[in-house]
Design a protein around this ligand. Structure first.
Ligand code: M6R
Length: 609
């Protein structure tokens, strides 16, 4: 999600703005920018990708003495991630600069009115109406605060806004409605931010702005005004009890558990601004630049490694079923050595949390000369894969610190579902039901997370075994592979994922009372078939843990070790099942005393072949 930081006072604000933006990186973003005023002259610098790249740009220019500035990390919703669409946005003569979090719902209407009045817009964003609107009111002899309030009264939607004006180079103007904004009170320097992590290194004293409040923040003073009630408000600073490390880990004992519990938020972050149930729209800003090419794609090849590969397998089922385009998923390390034909109508989708996986990068480089459209589904903004692909959709899961990928899997599956919906162009009969169901998944996930203790008890019961088989059919099959990988890497226990239908073709021979099976038989047309595999396992004395959908009564005939997930569409089941499997592997690892966040022999980012 977007992030805001602002600083007024002191010797130089530029490095503070950059540091603040770096602390906001965890929220996910795809471009960043700052605007500073130095002797009534403004400098606006923006960059697509990492804050580090923006920092390099600011080092090159003479910003070192600016005493006021605002900064922003943007996560594209209206318009692609480009320098033009990045914040801060300004009016035509470059005197008013604005950064904004949230969505201005009536921006098209405001834009139309302003355009009739001679205003020109250069970006595709909703935010750009704000500086122009302020400019409009400034022209009618308002002072800045007055013009700012008049503009706020015209906006509908949600916002946290920070603005600066070259003619009042001692003030930052901020406002909020349904989007967080706080003011940090320092000594000879004040701060504004959308999130305490951006200012915590400078002050612990903060004023939380409330809805319909705006404030004028100078070096020495903070004046708050309620623009709905038209009344000044006495600011009440509070003390920030905030430890950055603790804030990131919260009350969780491990990053892995925290990241598993991030799943509901991860889905919201990966769909915000992209999935719009009210208007029935799926809008992927990152693919806008290749819309025309996408119309001619008749084959998709997905390349990835590890968990990203398993997310890709779910993506294969989704894209084929929803968009009707044939998909093939290949492990990147195999793909790069194969000799297969490509046509110009092929798209390659590279999936990677880190965006730095050497094999996946090599796979992309391999198709460089074939005219293939190269797309990325990447989490880390500005990473190599995001730069060497033609276009892509960021996962926006925020930093994943634990070596085992969990929330990245959830985000990748969500994004692949969005890509499938977007490619279907609204024609699939699943289009509307899936848009609606995706909005329900975060709540359904909470009911799974609430079963963490129960899953822990099951893990205790099964922690004595040294081999596991994970089986499923349809969408449950890639989940079985993911569940087995998570158990392997976190507990070092031997585990295999298999299509349930393959049992009789070999794996059944392994089954005895020492070889448990983790069966995924969540509601689908294939459940009965999977249950017949379960009866074969039971007949051979194999212990069984089952994940089924609520309401499944027949499972009790086979095992008492059952985890129930809320009913959902078959296509969204991997999001719920994935979280069950992640929790099981986590609890097993803790029970067995393993290094949960840093499993032996593994690295978070595999940058060598
Ligand atoms: O950063 P990537 O998504 O490209 O990484 C791919 C794999 O290395 C990664 O998913 C690995 O399998 C995880 N440790 C699994 O939890």
């Amino acid at each position: 999600m977007c992030g805001i930081v602002g600083v007024v006072g002191g010797k130089s604000v530029t490095s503070l703005l950059i540091d603040g933006l770096k602390s906001l990186e965890y929220r996910g973003y795809d471009s960043a920018g700052i605007a500073v005023i130095n002797n009534s002259e403004a400098i606006n610098i923006k960059q697509v990708g990492q804050v580090e790249l923006l920092e390099r740009k600011t080092n090159e220019s003479s910003l070192s003495v600016a005493k006021i500035g605002i900064g922003h990390t943007r996560w594209a919703t209206h318009g692609e991630p480009t320098i033009t669409n990045a914040h801060p946005h300004s009016n035509a003569d470059g005197t008013v600069f604005v950064v904004h979090n949230g969505i201005i719902e009536n921006y098209k209407e405001i834009r139309r009115i302003l355009e009739k009045d001679g205003y020109t817009f250069i970006s595709q964003t909703d935010t750009e109406v704000i500086p122009h609107l302020i400019d409009y009111y400034l022209k009618s002899n308002s002072d800045f605060k007055d013009a700012f309030i008049k503009a706020l009264n015209d906006l509908s939607g949600s916002y946290a806004i920070a603005a600066i004006y070259t003619k009042t180079p001692d003030s930052i103007y901020v406002a909020r409605l349904s989007s967080p904004l706080l003011i940090g009170v320092g000594k000879d320097q004040n701060y504004v931010a959308s999130d305490a992590s951006a200012i915590i290194n400078h002050t612990q004293k903060v004023i939380y702005l409330k809805d319909y409040e705006m404030a004028t923040v100078t070096t020495k003073k903070v004046q708050v005004h309620n623009f709905k009630r038209k009344a000044d408000v006495k600011p009440e600073p509070e003390s920030l009890d905030f430890d950055l490390e603790k804030a990131r880990l919260g009350d969780f004992p491990h990053y892995l558990l925290k990241e598993i519990f991030d799943a509901p938020e991860t889905i919201k972050l990966a769909s915000a601004g992209r999935i719009r149930p009210k208007s029935n729209i799926v809008k992927l800003a990152g693919l806008e630049s290749v819309q025309e090419q996408l119309k001619y794609i008749d084959r998709i090849v997905i390349v990835a490694c590890g968990t990203s590969y398993y997310a890709g397998l779910v993506g294969e089922y989704l894209i084929e079923e929803i968009a009707g385009i044939p998909v093939e998923v290949q492990v990147a390390s195999e793909f790069k050595y194969r000799n297969e034909p490509f046509s110009k109508n092929t798209a390659l989708i590279a999936i990677s949390q880190s965006g730095e996986t050497a094999d996946t990068i090599a796979a992309i480089n391999k198709v460089q000369d074939y005219g293939v459209l190269k797309l990325g589904v990447v989490n880390v903004v500005g990473s190599t894969i995001s730069r060497i692909t033609d276009a892509g959709v960021y996962c926006h899961a925020g930093p994943e610190l634990s070596v085992a990928s969990t929330k990245a899997f959830i985000a990748q599956v969500t994004v692949l579902l969005e890509i499938a919906l977007s490619l279907s162009d609204g024609k699939s009969k699943l289009y509307k039901p899936l848009i609606n169901e995706l909005a329900e998944i975060p709540t359904k996930l909470i009911s799974i997370l609430n079963q963490s203790d129960k899953i822990e008890s099951l893990a205790k019961k099964y922690s004595k075994y040294r081999d596991f088989l994970y089986i499923g059919r349809g969408y449950a099959y890639p989940c079985a592979l993911e569940g087995a990988l998570k158990l392997k890497e976190l507990t070092y226990i031997h585990a295999e994922g298999y299509p349930a239908g393959e049992m009789k073709h070999g794996p059944l021979a392994m089954i005895d009372s020492n070889f448990p099976s983790f069966v995924i038989a969540t509601g689908s047309s294939l459940t009965e078939k999977t249950l017949s595999n379960v009866s074969e396992i039971k007949a051979r004395g194999g212990p069984i843990i089952a994940v089924v959908s609520e309401g499944n009564k027949s499972i009790k005939n086979y095992t008492g070790d059952v985890i129930y997930i809320p009913k959902t569409l078959e296509q969204t089941q991997p999001l719920l099942v994935g979280t069950v499997l992640h929790l099981f592997a986590y609890h097993m690892a803790v029970i067995l005393g393993k290094n949960v966040d840093r499993p032996r022999n593994l690295a978070k980012s595999v940058t060598v072949e």
